[in-house]
Design a protein around this ligand. Structure first.
Ligand code: LRH
Ligand code: MN
Length: 426
């Protein structure tokens, strides 16, 4: 299913008058503070987020999975669905593939379909947390950290192969997340596991094309429940430093123990020029992979406040890879992703409103109350008219969710694909 610009334009008509009033108010409000709202609208338009190829169907847990109907059952249908998201939001301009869940069968056809939707290929993800049906050796007790040479080598070769697949599609980065760890005390030798992992990552790194980056994603637990080899940002940073200048840390928002100050981690990694990118999602307890901004929108704003400061002050940190990593247990996957894209743009736009110079001066004066007032004034500013205008200017939907429902997209997908089609992924 392809959504045409004129379908969106005709549905935008009924919302234009109200939008114009809200936009004028927002621009005047910003103007009175010396802020150029049009410059922020342009930055919002330029902000593109990669959609995970593994999150276009219904997710599930060990307790069950509730299918959603009309799910994409192959890579090309997944690209079509991301095309729907991009047509409606103008923000879903790339895809992050997970291999082997989404290994292309016909590279030219895959690239053509992606191009037809103006979608590019962001980071490719390796998978050494599951055994593939034709696998010779098992990753049950680890992959890059495994005590057995042959298993480590199998995992190293897989990562090198994944990068080759990405190279054929125009991707420029490899994301490595390892489930490696232990579920019981005494099960593994921490030092050997970490040393094996470091050596393995270096083997992979040196095989990457010279214009590629490697993202090392950390996670404190799950599927191992006692220890994880790459458990936190410090371990990821240490490994990225030992690999080289093109290795960076990847921050998945759900991969932190409760109440971790993620914005401070972001500031630290940007100061060191080692922040590579994000997997955006939200969570209440563990790696819940919920809709971005659904649980802790203020925390997301504080993270973007550090990102905006870092993007202005840390020239040593490369452009960041913005990706979503979510799983949809009860929501329509496409509606869930539309909400996540909106939450990311809202947090970014609000962070752009923070008067960094006045904040710096208040910090210098230890005027703690004023510091909070400056942040919360930005956070309490309704930036949604700016988002709507950024979409309207890009021939996308003023209200993507409303257009998605008005066009009965899910019903159309079910009519075309049936109720039982299942998308590969989590
Ligand atoms: C691990 C993770 C990782 C992906 C997987 C799908 O929890 O966040 O980024 O490989 O989810
Ligand atoms: Mn992730």
């Amino acid at each position: 299913m392809k959504i045409e610009k004129q379908q969106i334009a005709s549905l935008n008509k009924s919302k234009k008058a109200e939008h114009t009033v809200q936009l004028d108010f927002a621009l005047n409000q910003l103007n009175s503070k010396g802020i150029d709202g049009h410059a922020i609208i342009q930055k919002i338009k330029d902000f593109q987020v990669a959609i995970p190829s593994w999150a276009l169907g219904a997710g599930g847990t060990r307790f069950g999975r509730f299918s959603y109907g009309g799910e994409p059952s192959n890579l090309h249908e997944k690209l079509d669905d991301i095309g729907i998201l991009h047509a409606l939001t103008n923000t879903a301009g790339s895809v992050s593939l997970h291999i082997p869940w989404d290994t292309p069968e016909d590279y030219d056809a895959t690239k053509q379909i992606a191009a037809s939707h103006n979608i590019t290929f962001d980071a490719v993800n390796s998978n050494t947390f599951q055994d593939q049906k034709d696998a010779k050796l098992s990753y049950k007790f680890g992959s890059l950290s495994n005590s057995e040479d042959a298993i480590r080598n199998q995992a190293i070769q897989h990562n090198i192969e994944v990068a080759k697949i990405g190279e054929k599609l125009g991707s420029k980065s490899l994301t490595v997340w390892l489930a490696d760890g232990a579920t019981f005390p005494g099960q593994s030798n921490f030092q050997k596991a970490l040393q094996n992992t470091e050596n393995s990552l270096k083997e992979i790194y040196k095989e990457l094309p010279l214009d590629w980056r490697m993202f090392i994603e950390y996670k404190p637990y799950e599927p191992n429940f006692y220890s994880t080899v790459i458990q936190d940002w410090g371990t990821s940073l240490m490994l990225a430093n030992s690999c080289g200048d093109r290795a960076f840390c990847l921050v998945d928002l759900g991969h932190h123990l409760p109440n971790t100050n993620i914005e401070q981690i972001v500031a630290t990694l940007m100061l060191k020029g080692k922040l590579g990118g994000f997997h955006f999602n939200d969570s209440k307890y563990g790696d819940d992979d919920l809709t971005v901004g659904a649980i802790k929108p203020y925390a997301l704003f504080l993270i973007f406040n550090e990102l905006v400061y870092g993007m202005a002050n840390n020239a040593n940190n490369p452009d960041l890879a913005w990706m979503i990593d979510a799983s949809h247990n009860i929501k329509d996957p496409l509606e869930d992703l539309i909400q996540s894209l909106e939450a990311i743009l809202i947090a970014y736009a609000q962070a752009l409103l923070v008067d960094q110079d006045t904040l710096r001066a208040a910090q210098q004066d230890h005027d703690v109350v004023k510091c909070q007032e400056i942040l919360q004034d930005a956070y309490r500013t309704d930036v949604r008219p700016l988002l709507k205008e950024s979409r309207l200017q890009a021939d996308a939907a003023i209200d993507p969710l409303a257009v998605y429902r008005d066009l009965n997209v899910r019903e159309n997908l079910i009519n075309k694909r049936g109720n039982d089609s299942i998308a590969s992924g989590l």
